[in-house]
Design a binder for this molecule. Sequence first.
Ligand SMILES: [Zn+2]
Length: 320
Amino acid sequence: MKNNIALGIDIGGSFVKVALVDSAGEAIETDVFSTPQSPPDVAVSIIADDVVEFLEDCEFDTAELRGIGVGFPGAIRGKSGIVESSPNLKKWRGIELSTLFAEAFGCPVSVDNDANAAALGEFMWGKCKGSDPLVIITLGTGVGGGIVIGGKIFRGSWGGGAEIGHHSIDMNGRVCTCGNRGCIEAYAGDKGVVAQAWELLKQDKGSLLWEAMGGDYGSLDGEMVGDAAKDGDATALKVAGEVARAVGVATANIINILNPECIIFSGGMTEWGEEILLKNIRREAKSRALKAHFNSCAIELSDSGQLCGVIGAAAMAFAD
Ligand SMILES: [Zn+2]
């Protein structure tokens, strides 16, 4: 039965999540450790050592696994799994991830962009299981995207496809870290949310967000905005409303272009919930998308929570 279990590794800028995932998409064992800040080739061997230790604790050997999948926060070129770029792990550019991990584990390893992997996981096991095309939009530090079409991850010509976070909704809009203006990430990524909150906080000295920061003004983040919005704070609700509107515009664009069966949201911001986030995204998308296209597309929050990425990474091992 053990070869019905795959290992998922979800590498983030700060943490690496690992999970043993069964053929029903359930994470049966999980662990998390810090992302090594050493040079990438050394970091890969440290991650591999940590993973082997995790497997030993779970009384598993790599030979007993269905396979290993790795989700990485950046663009991955081709089947060889070369990192083309990564906003949070810049030094990893040009690293052949598939080869390095295959050498470290002594077996083939599938590597892809983390949001691509998450899209596959949702397609295989998630709330919108089997929906095709299926689009995932990951709302966290950055905004990522993944698309499954015809049951397979859509990669574009070399693997850089589905950068949904960097499609612009306003040619004169907020400046994005990529240099473009009006990218969704500039509104719905953590930095964008914080920037919008600061602009409004200057006019609202009574906002709950001041108290939440407790004098540490650098601590303001998207989670605080969501919590204050849930408590009815006017400024936080306004920020959350604008963020949801921006994501709703993006959602309408994707609905019109791809005619997807499902668009699913994952990442930390989904903690804002149905009332504050999802309902407003749906309302905005409905007001903009073509009617027949909107009516045939489910718009949902992932129910995999923090494990969405690592379950997706394991999904690649089942799909290969
Ligand atoms: Zn951008």
